[in-house]
Design a protein around this ligand. Structure first.
Ligand code: NAP
Ligand code: GLV
Length: 308
């Protein structure tokens, strides 16, 4: 089977080697080398090449090397072309670590202590037990569920919000627009792990921040276009929010003049919350390719109607 890879070349070279060893029937072509374009059945990419389906007329599926597939213009792809995102344990574990770091950092007042340190100010604030800190995770998919398992094990008072009803051990679950207000009202730390869709674009805005308890904090590890930057700055400066840990922005990178770089209540990281891990991901890729060969649905299939 002939596969096209177009993303980080170093990862591509590793995957090519690994597949040659573990699945010699599968040949990975590293863009811009494509072999015979007519023979390419699967493309695994971050950004697809232009004229994808014209160049590779026998393409049977488009796979994302990342957890999201929002970088694809789904409307421009043939409606029956399966689009698949990456689900692999290394990527999930990375997000668990990032969310845990951010929630613990906020819970233990680290943004405030960092500001105090810069001002040479030795001042203790009372330490709250995790059980009294209400954490709300938006998005109860692969990443949200894994992050919540860790947060529950640390003793936080956890809730989650999804589009359709979910049940998770130790987590108060909310769903849909009708239950969003109740979910937000009990979220001292709000974590966004939503995919970018028409419904979630711009969702983290002034109206939403106003529904959080005063002094709440935000952890944004979804996608940059979900957050209204000006509304976040206003909520921080007005005291409605106390802190924000931001991993994703719009655009990426932010221009040097953007206030996020220097705002004392913002911790900004350059879209590193989680990354596809070469070794675990290539094993997950191979498993999905075998599923395809057996005629089974691949893991991580995007539902084109709902957009994620
Ligand atoms: P997933 O498994 O598809 O889960 C998505 C979750 O979001 C589901 O629970 C879904 O609800 C919920 N959802 C979607 N639209 C919603 C809406 N309009 N209202 C309420 N809930 C909604 O996705 P995942 O693998 O957990 O990944 C989530 C996102 O994390 C990715 O799409 C990507 O944007 C982001 N991400 C960021 C990084 C980073 O480094 N910062 C790394 C990886 C991923 P249902 O349960 O009802 O379907
Ligand atoms: C990173 O953001 C990913 O989608 O994997």
């Amino acid at each position: 089977m002939q596969i096209l890879y177009k993303s980080d070349p170093q990862r591509g070279a590793l995957w090519q080697q690994w597949l040659a060893q573990h699945a010699p029937d599968i040949q990975l072509h590293l863009w811009p080398e494509t072999g015979d374009p007519q023979a390419i059945e699967i493309a695994i990419v971050w950004q697809p090449p232009e004229k994808l389906t014209e160049t590779f007329p026998n393409l049977k599926a488009l796979l994302s090397v990342g957890a999201g597939a929002d970088q694809f213009d789904l409307a421009a792809l043939p409606p029956d072309l399966p689009v698949v995102r990456m689900i692999e344990p290394g990527l999930t574990q990375g997000m668990v670590e990032y969310v845990t770091f951010a929630v613990l950092g906020i819970h233990r007042d680290m943004p405030r202590y960092l500001q105090q340190q810069r001002a040479a100010q030795w001042q203790a604030h009372s330490v709250r037990p995790a059980a009294t800190r209400r954490v709300g995770v938006m998005g109860l998919g692969e990443l949200g569920q894994a992050a919540l398992r860790q947060l529950v094990s640390l003793g936080f008072d956890c809730a989650g919000w999804s589009r359709t009803p979910r049940q998770l051990d130790g987590v108060q679950c909310f769903h849909g627009a009708a239950q969003m207000g109740a979910f937000l009202a009990r979220s001292d730390i709000l974590v966004c792990l939503l995919p970018l869709t028409a419904e979630t674009r711009g969702l983290l805005n002034r109206d939403l921040f106003a529904q959080l308890p005063p002094g709440a904090a935000l952890v944004q590890a979804g996608r940059g276009a979900q957050l209204n930057s000006q509304d976040l700055l206003a909520a921080l400066d007005g005291g409605q929010l106390a802190a924000a840990v931001i991993d994703v922005t719009d655009p990426e990178p932010l221009p040097p003049s953007h206030p996020f770089w220097r705002h004392p209540a913002i911790w900004l990281t350059p879209h590193i919350a989680s990354q596809t891990q070469n070794e675990s991901a290539v094993a997950a890729l191979l498993e999905n390719l075998r599923r395809y060969q057996r005629g089974e649905p691949m893991v991580g299939l995007i539902d084109r109607a709902r957009g994620y």
